[in-house]
Design a protein around this ligand. Structure first.
Ligand SMILES: Cc1ncc(COP(=O)(O)O)c(C=O)c1O
Length: 408
């Protein structure tokens, strides 16, 4: 049966980070439990990147079956799992990685932290492209390294890489590693093969190792093709590390299962040793079941999802264009996260937070979280039933226009 993406499912009492907690933007790791996202005057949470849609039916069924088995002992990925993961990369992205390259981890974020530790020494510099997914900052800084930002440049409504700046920054011999966000969260760019080649060649020339975080790679809008970093140039695969997961694609983030592709044997071995050194062993039996079945049977659901997200995106663009031309939407090519420019409202970050959270009662991610380059921007998650999105948009528009809303 096709999923009814319009249907709102109550996420109360599931421990949902999105619905049951708010994050203090001054201290993102401190999350406060709240009840304000439910009931008549609820705050609509449109920040953290999970979706308010149920996962594909075959996944839910497989999890029920796995639960019925009743024994949930220590688990390792089996052949069927590895085949499903590589099969997906081949079918969806024409990329043919080897099964032996896969190191499953409990998420991309923990993997990034351990990869920084594996590939650098304290004091080294790690390059990222701000504004960017903020856990990259802690992956670098909590492991004794220094962030070097090769900031993206916004021209004509689209973000671009600054190759000249990249060349200059990677020429510093202390820059040992670059973390590429591809597709890019929060600006929604799906980098072209040419852009990836250019980026990769500059890094290569300057002996900078690349980690490509491709967690959003399955979520692209019509007419856009995602190019895995490893396929942008035939010299990239051997030396790079690629982070993937079914979690964004199929809404499985809580099952904490991701797949890191490491072709280089020495790096793979070192990374595995680091996992063990941190007491990380094995995989979650529910996570691996869900990942395998999602990759093997979830494609029709994903096609439906992408159609639904495309409509949500168009709804948002039309609404803002018609009603609040002061806000400029940066049209994403991928991801269900939409970055928009509020700078012409002339508000500082506290005033913007007050406008969105207190007046509109919509909880967004403040742009400044992604680096100072994001000041004056907001990020909204549109992976929710359309009636909910409409409610959020109407509230935002009312707040911006200074019209009192139903919730005050
Ligand atoms: C670029 C990027 N990497 C990683 C993650 C999270 O990965 P995980 O939940 O597997 O740790 C996110 C979630 O939003 C993301 O946007």
């Amino acid at each position: 049966m096709p999923t009814n993406f319009d249907m709102e499912i109550d996420r109360r009492h599931t421990g949902s980070v999105k619905w049951e907690f708010v994050m203090d933007p001054e201290n993102p790791s401190a999350k406060k439990r709240i009840d304000a996202c439910f009931g008549k005057n609820r705050i609509l949470p449109m920040w953290v990147a999970d979706m308010d849609f149920p996962s594909p039916e075959p996944v839910v069924k497989a999890l029920q079956e796995r639960a019925r088995h009743g024994i949930f002992g220590y688990t390792q990925p089996d052949q069927a799992y590895l085949k499903a993961v590589t099969g997906w990369m081949k079918r969806r992205h024409a990329w043919q990685p080897e099964e032996s390259w896969i190191v499953p981890t409990q998420g991309v974020v923990p993997a990034l932290h351990l990869l920084v530790r594996t590939l650098t020494r304290p004091g080294d510099k790690v390059l990222i492209q701000q504004p960017v997914y903020y856990p990259f900052f802690s992956a670098i800084e909590k492991n004794g390294c220094q962030i070097i930002s090769n900031a993206l440049v916004l021209t004509d409504g689209r973000y671009h890489m600054d190759y000249h700046d990249l060349e200059t920054k990677t020429a510093d011999p202390d820059v040992k590693l670059a973390i590429l966000c591809s597709p890019h969260n929060p600006v929604g760019r799906v980098w072209t093969r040419e852009e990836l080649r250019h980026f990769g060649h500059i890094c290569q020339r300057n002996h900078v190792q690349v980690i490509a975080d491709e967690i959003h790679g399955d979520l692209v809008y019509p007419g856009v093709t995602f190019c895995p970093f490893s396929m942008a140039d035939n010299t990239f695969q051997e030396t790079s590390v690629v982070c993937t997961a079914p979690s964004k694609t199929f809404n499985l983030a809580g099952l904490q299962t991701s797949n890191i592709f490491i072709p280089d044997k020495k790096i793979r071995q070192k990374f595995k040793e680091n996992l063990l050194a941190n007491g990380l062993f094995g995989v979650n039996p529910f996570g691996t079941t869900a990942c395998r079945v999602a990759y093997d049977e979830g494609e029709p659901w994903l096609e439906d999802l992408l159609r639904y997200l495309t409509n949500n995106l168009q709804t948002l663009i039309n609404y803002f264009e018609r009603n609040v031309p002061e806000i400029t939407v940066i049209q994403p090519q991928g991801t269900y996260l939409v970055w928009f420019d509020c700078r012409s409202l002339g508000l500082d970050k506290h005033e913007l937070r007050n406008l969105f959270l207190n007046q509109a009662r919509v909880f967004l991610d403040d742009g400044g979280l992604f680096g100072p380059e994001g000041d004056g921007f907001q990020r909204i998650n549109i992976a929710c039933p359309r009636p909910l999105l409409m409610e959020a948009l109407e509230r935002i528009i009312a707040a911006v226009k200074g019209i009192p809303t139903a919730s005050g």
